[in-house]
Design a protein around this ligand. Structure first.
Ligand code: RTP
Length: 151
């Protein structure tokens, strides 16, 4: 059983300013995922342009950039079984109108343009995003040997 899949989860500036980040950390930890990197950071434009490269032609791109630059982002990396897909389902739909209650957006957000959290949508994109936001030495490797059923 391989539990070494990783995802990139970022609490966006509104999620930090509104104090929702402890709830995000609590939910991922108690679901059984392992925190392997965390930092509070101001994202600069060049990082955000790389992170959201696939959205650069969208009409909302300029407002997305200014939203993401409006305050600190809590950047995190989580490891565990199926963490990319589980993370996306814990976040809820992009538009909070469609986010189920019980999801992070479904419980704490109302606007697509202020949807408090980002999560990688594939293992491949997770690798890319982790590499953009973190240096390799910022990722903490746990050497602890745990039973395979302890997530
Ligand atoms: P994220 O990357 O933040 O996890 O969001 P996502 O995959 O669920 O959604 P995506 O389509 O990649 O959009 C990225 C972020 O852009 C903002 N957005 N605004 N119509 C709009 O105004 C609009 N559409 C998207 C959201 O903050 C979304 O999370």
């Amino acid at each position: 059983m391989s539990n070494t899949e990783r995802t990139f989860i970022a609490v966006k500036p509104d999620g930090v300013q509104r104090g929702i980040y402890p709830e995000v950390l609590r939910r991922f930890t108690q679901r059984g995922f392992k925190l392997v990197a965390i930092k509070l950071t101001l994202a600069d434009e060049s990082l955000l342009r790389k992170h959201y490269a696939d959205l650069q032609d969208k009409p909302f791109f300029p407002s997305l950039l200014s939203y993401m630059k409006s305050g600190p982002v809590l950047a995190t990396v989580w490891e565990g079984k199926d963490v990319v897909k589980q993370g996306r389902s814990m976040l809820g739909a992009t538009n909070p109108l469609n986010s189920a209650p019980g999801t992070i957006r479904g419980d704490f957000a109302l606007d697509t343009g202020r949807n408090i959290i980002h999560g990688s949508d594939s293992v491949e994109n997770a690798k890319k995003e982790i590499g953009l936001w973190f240096k390799p030495e910022e990722l903490v490797e746990s050497k602890a040997t745990l039973a395979s059923w302890i997530y």
